[in-house]
Write a protein that binds this ligand. Sequence first.
Ligand code: SF4
Length: 329
Amino acid sequence: MSKTLLEVKNMHVSIHTDSGVIQAVRGVNFELHESETLAIVGESGSGKSITNKAIMGLLPVGGRIDEGEVILNGRDTAHFSEKEMNTIRGAEVSMIFQDPLTSLNPTMTVGNQITEMLMLHKPGMTPEQRKARALELLDMVGIPNPEERFGQYPHQFSGGMRQRVMISIALACEPQILIADEPTTALDVTIQAQILELMKKLQKKVNTSIIIITHNLGVVSSMADRVQVMYGGRFVESGVLDEVFYETKHPYTQGLMDSIPNMQLSNQKLYSIPGTPPDLISPPHGCPFAARCRYCMKVCEKIQPPEFTFSETHRASCWLYDDRAKGVF
Ligand code: SF4
């Protein structure tokens, strides 16, 4: 097993709002190893983005890590100050977001946004070295005419090109971990494929580990080594890609799989999981998926299911795998 770069232990995150306290993440555990791609999958509101924003120290107003540890390169960063997180963000962990237009600074040239990152984390570089590195990065992510593009503003780039710029900023200081939050959702399908291909190519080149957050199982299948399926603020199934895709255990994961359109069937009615995700201001006592699950038993509504293990890497939290439930599934 390769080196562990990140270990999240029993992390609980809450968001304090006027309507109440949202228990957005309710005790998650996972690891990220060197050079791997981990996909965190789930519907909107499952807690996947908040999990990663907590790791980055970028929780929204009212958000905080209540419990647990975030071990990054051997130290617990869960309660680091903003000043301490500034030394980590961009240097050890970087993040790219769904919409590069709102993440890039519209008043700064693209070149200055890259060199600013270098100035922060590589203070020994001269202005000439920073510019040379910025041009190298723009070229590396496939921006034509980097010299000319260096002095242009984000609005002068197309959506796909802006996402390439975001990736170049994120990789400027060669972080060990890149967190990509729905990086291709705002792009059309062709550009989406190009950006995913670029991320894979750069991962090999700069040896970065990737956490990709998505609701798109097509993106997962083309990128991930391992998958964590999240629902109601918890991980409900995890495993290597083939285990989660071809030996699916959890009814929620099965529902996500059933929602993938089959290109062979032209008249197919698209399946969607009935119901809506739980209200995390007052989360259910038992299984978070109970209200939507076709296999729900009495115990599911009352007691949180334990984690059952199917291989060294494959786990799912569901009462169907308890010996007493044999024959229900
Ligand atoms: Fe369905 Fe029960 Fe399993 Fe939850 S624990 S997914 S409700 S069968």
